[in-house]
Design a protein around this ligand. Sequence first.
Ligand SMILES: [Cu+2]
Length: 186
Amino acid sequence: MQKLKITHPDSANRIEKGIVLGWAVLVVIVILVAAALARFIVGGISAQEFASPEFMNGAANNKINADQFTFSDPWVRATPPGTMTAAAYLSIGNTGEEDRLLYARSDGARRVEIHTSSEQDGMMRMSRLDTLPVPADGVVQLTSGGHHLMFIDIPATFVPGESVIVTLVFESAGARDVLFTVRDVR
Ligand SMILES: [Cu+2]
């Protein structure tokens, strides 16, 4: 039986291989499409939602895109020349489980400590905290006269209007980069 006009004995073999490869590719595509559909069903996202501009912008499904933390008003005090430390403030909102700020680091300082201020014998004193608890569904305020971050050993002064990235490392949630603005507040 002659199916094809074959001029070279290897051609038939090659055509058969081509057909097998074609089917294999088709099967892989079908499996990938099925897997993608299964993910939509398991994840509770419809294909329509997935294709919507809101989803693309990251607003439609906050379970996937939104962070449990909101970092409000992060700022660091401007430093006059020669000053080697600077305090930084922000408030950390948490919609997730209870967590702890373990430490912070920044290229703007050799080290960043977690401090708290308290009044002792009429004097404001700062002491170092090992960690800073962040309650579930709560807010931690780092403010002047309270908890704050302390930049220690600053290689360059902080100039008002500039900004510095601080990496906050949480016990459960991991690391977050936060941009602090330098402000001239005395
Ligand atoms: Cu301090």
